[in-house]
Design a protein around this ligand. Structure first.
Ligand SMILES: [Zn+2]
Length: 446
């Protein structure tokens, strides 16, 4: 990106340490982290003992592979606070995961953790254009969700002015953005498109009538095509960032001006990429499940947390000067993976296919059914008003083009349902685009 390319965008010297120095720091912090949980967290004491390990067995980065994985159900089993690595009176703040299935899991912070968190968010915000003399508008939910507060304190750490708009009332959000001449927008990528759409309904051209220059989007997976759509709609430069409340919240990784992957904050986390089936490390460039070990978090320190997020890691140096490796977009969650007629398919692949065809919009729903014994997929997508035609031939041509793309990318055929603009559900938080009726009560199959 030309405007930022000539500027110094590195917030912290740890982002550009020589690799050997970074790895020495990681090894030292890993040893401390394992010692911390071995001493203070009965769950880890028992798990390490069961493997015949103590903290003394962990001396180098590769020793991480001796350690057991931690999975989401371990967090639920230790609800609410059995994984604490510090006395309860040292906690400064508690957040929780959204808990869409089962109990929520807590994300807990000491004051030192909150300082680290602010710094890690400041790193990617600063890399993506935020400066002291600007405003940033946070349209993430506040409350227990880590997104709102994490970014909020990151903005304050940079020294910029924060507008904690939270979610809801999109018209008021648009008015705030315009009245305050706000430079940076922070929300989910689907909400950014929602803002553009509501602005259009108000008779505005979102690309020119909204003041935003930069967007930082996260909280749900999105595609490169969606970035192109958002940038064109809002007339901004859009950045991707990554985080999860189990190990921190936002701030685990974020893009630099080169936007060729999200720089992993390797001084605070140890990252591995494994084959979700075999648990072995994948070869360079291959897709694997991201495994994260907390190196510095005091309140809870998770060892080898299985994120279920699938991505690639880029090892080659980045032009920005940071020396950290970079993760590619999350292409799916091993949980979200839809197994359709034996084929692994991700909602993000369907989205990629839809957006590569002229005339579609990023508003879609995927419905899975199993009449008889065969999986059936119905994809409904809103098409642009000028494409909506009474002539069957034009609609059929569009359908064929979309169908071909979906087959090419996913290897499966679907039933397509082209619908009028504004007919599908809109989302302010995480988009829920898959309805799986195959295993619903009352369905024929179990
Ligand atoms: Zn970079």
């Amino acid at each position: 990106m030309t405007q930022l390319a000539t500027e110094q965008t590195i917030w912290d010297k740890n982002e550009s340490l020589p690799r050997e120095e970074l790895q020495a720091l990681q090894a030292k912090r890993l040893k401390q982290a394992v010692a911390r949980v071995y001493q203070n967290v009965p769950f880890y004491t028992a798990n390490l003992n069961a493997l015949g390990l103590t903290a003394d067995d962990i001396n180098a980065i590769d020793d991480v592979r001796k350690l057991p994985f931690t999975v989401k159900t371990d967090l639920r089993d230790n609800y609410p606070l059995d994984l604490l690595a510090v006395p309860r009176d040292q906690l400064a703040r508690l957040h929780a995961s959204s808990g869409t299935t089962g109990k929520p899991t807590f994300a807990v912070f000491t004051q030192e953790d909150l300082d680290t968190w602010s710094d890690l968010c400041a790193r990617f915000l600063y890399a993506g254009g935020l400066r002291k003399n600007q405003f940033a508008h946070v349209a993430f939910g506040y409350g227990l969700f880590t997104g709102g507060f994490g970014l909020h304190y990151g903005i304050e750490r940079v020294g910029a002015g924060v507008i904690p708009a939270a979610s809801g009332n999109t018209r008021r959000q648009i008015a705030l953005l315009r009245d305050l001449n706000t430079e940076t927008l922070i929300c989910t990528p689907s909400y950014a498109l929602n803002i553009a759409e509501v602005a259009r309904e108000e008779g505005l051209d979102p690309a020119t009538d909204l003041p935003i220059k930069f967007g930082h989007f996260g909280g749900e997976p999105w595609t490169e095509d969606m970035r192109v759509a958002i940038e064109a709609e809002l007339g901004i430069t859009a950045f991707n960032n990554y985080g999860l409340s189990e190990v921190l919240g936002p701030g685990v990784a974020g893009e630099c001006p080169c936007r060729n992957g999200m720089h992993l904050q390797e001084d605070h986390f140890l990252f591995e990429l494994v084959d979700p089936q075999t648990d072995e490390p994948v070869k360079p460039g291959e897709i694997g499940e991201l495994i994260i070990t907390n190196l510095t978090k005091q309140a809870t320190t998770l060892l080898r947390y299985r994120t279920r997020d699938l991505c690639v890691i880029h090892e080659e140096p980045c032009d920005c000067g940071r020396t950290t490796r970079r993760m590619g977009r999350v292409i799916g969650r091993s949980d979200d993976m839809m197994i359709i007629r034996g084929v692994n398919v991700f909602p993000s692949q369907i989205e990629e296919a839809l957006l590569s065809v002229e005339g579609t919009t990023p508003h879609y729903m995927i419905e899975l059914d199993r009449p008889g014994n065969l999986d059936q997929v119905t994809v409904s997508v809103e098409i642009q008003p000028h494409m909506f035609s009474d002539k069957m031939t034009e609609m059929n041509m569009l359908k064929r083009a979309i169908d071909k793309e979906i087959r090419t990318i996913t290897g499966i055929g679907v039933t397509l349902n082209l619908v009028q603009p504004q007919t599908l559900a809109r989302f302010e938080g995480k988009a829920k685009r898959v309805i799986d009726n195959r295993f619903a009560p009352g369905s024929m199959e179990k």
